[in-house]
Design a binder for this molecule. Structure first.
Ligand SMILES: Cc1cc2nc3c(=O)[nH]c(=O)nc-3n(C[C@H](O)[C@H](O)[C@H](O)COP(=O)(O)O)c2cc1C
Length: 398
């Protein structure tokens, strides 16, 4: 039931598992690159999530937390496996859940997009492009994925996090399986959309079966890959329908991929919000609470999406990097975060600029640094290269 007339951005939301979000504003998943290179949280990262919690949001989601250290998206990802520093993760959960906020982990597996210097990328099918290659996963490797996600989710619950988001968007592993462009399998995991979504559905079911009932399980899904031959809206709506009744507490709608040369939401400078029309279509076929992420800047846009009943919550990424207290701001003067204007936009530059600004927030020096996009990209790449060295020493046991 949606009460369009009375629901505002600051109305609490009760999720299907009974958990209550204090309002409708969520910091969507971002890979903050603030792991220590060994997969453990840093002090700057703890402070970053604490600041977001202090700023009044309902929940924030840490991007790309890996259960399997072999397929990270970046060397700054967190790894929540049996070797994780549990007390650091507990501290992160505690600091990020102050002020009634929830802190969720986005469970990732980069698949074919795993960071090349520290992994041997594997996805649904073999891919061979000049600047990008991936092996095909064996059936046994595919069948191990749901269990790995579920064990990681259970660790998150035990360490004090409020929930997880299963990452099935943006061209990473589960999204690769959904995409006819990257999934050419002829077994039970490829072919029709019913087969391409099998791994996601199995993962959702296995996670839900293992975690406590009041632990939030969200899913992030692409409305479309925005790639010729990729996942199209018609098929994505079939996935939405199939997720119904499987214990999903929140469905986050996004789009695009991070394949070289493709379009991604975090690199877009165009006016949003981007996926509200798809959410409207999804609303007709599911009772799962919906969240749309991408392109929200102004309070009025976010308010309209929620007030109209199109979505139950809005997700913002870059807006929260510019103003970590965005909900508090919106409750008072309603001003929109000031987005930087870049004269040039090299590939990956926007994401790098926002990532470096997250470090500034965690180190509480955001007013003191003023980077051009090229400088941000250079700093980001140098830091990743340093972390690659640390990561390699970790995996070789030194
Ligand atoms: C620096 C940065 C890192 C991101 N990392 C992730 C990620 O790890 N997982 C994810 O699902 N989306 C990630 N995104 C995408 C955002 O969640 C969001 O979908 C996108 O930025 C569009 O929302 P916005 O217009 O509010 O920024 C990232 C975005 C940025 C800017």
């Amino acid at each position: 039931m949606h009460t369009a007339s009375t629901t505002t951005l600051f109305t609490p939301l009760t999720l299907p598992n009974g958990r209550v979000l204090k309002n409708r504003i969520i910091k969507s998943a971002m890979s903050d690159s603030l792991g220590d290179g060994q997969g453990n949280p840093t002090l700057a990262q703890m402070r970053l999530y604490e600041r977001w919690a202090e700023g009044g949001l309902a929940a924030s989601i840490i991007g790309e937390v890996q259960g399997d250290p072999r397929y990270p998206e970046k060397p700054g990802n967190l790894i929540l496996d049996d070797n994780a520093d549990k007390s650091a993760f507990r501290q992160l959960a505690r600091q990020g859940s102050t002020n009634g906020a929830q802190l969720w982990l986005q469970l990732g597996h980069a698949g074919a997009l795993a960071h090349l210097p520290i992994s041997k990328p594997k996805g649904p099918s073999e891919i061979e492009f000049p600047d990008f290659r991936s092996e095909a996963m064996s059936l046994a490797e595919i069948q191990a994925v749901p269990d790995c996600f579920a064990k990681t989710a259970l660790r998150a619950a035990e360490l004090g996090f409020g929930g997880v988001q299963i990452h099935a968007a943006h061209g990473f592993l589960l999204s690769q399986f959904l995409s006819p462009l990257f999934n050419h399998r002829t077994d039970a995991y490829g072919g029709s959309i019913e087969a391409r979504m099998r791994l996601l559905i199995e993962t959702v079911e296995t996670v839900r079966a293992l975690v406590p009932s009041d632990f939030v399980m969200a899913v992030k899904l692409n409305a479309t890959d925005q790639l010729d031959g990729g996942l199209a809206e018609e098929d994505s709506l079939k996935v939405v329908a199939e997720l119904e009744g499987r214990g999903v507490d929140l469905l986050d709608i996004s789009g695009g991929t991070y394949f070289p040369g493709a379009s991604s939401s975090s690199e877009r400078a165009s006016i949003g919000p981007y996926f509200v029309d798809f959410a409207r279509a999804a609303r007709h076929i599911t009772s799962i609470p919906l969240m749309a992420t991408g392109g929200f800047k102004r309070q009025e846009e976010a308010e309209a999406a929620v007030h109209s009943g199109t979505v139950d919550a809005v997700g913002l990424a870059r807006g929260f990097v510019l103003d970590p207290s965005l909900p508090a701001t919106w409750q008072t003067d309603k001003s929109a975060p000031l987005f930087p204007r870049f004269a040039t936009l090299p590939p990956g530059g926007m994401t790098a600029w926002f990532t470096m600004r997250m470090t500034d927030l965690g180190e509480e020096r955001e007013g003191q640094v003023d980077r051009e996009i090229g400088e941000a990209l250079a700093e980001y790449e140098i830091r990743d290269a340093q972390r690659v060295g640390i990561w390699r020493r970790r995996s070789s046991g030194q």
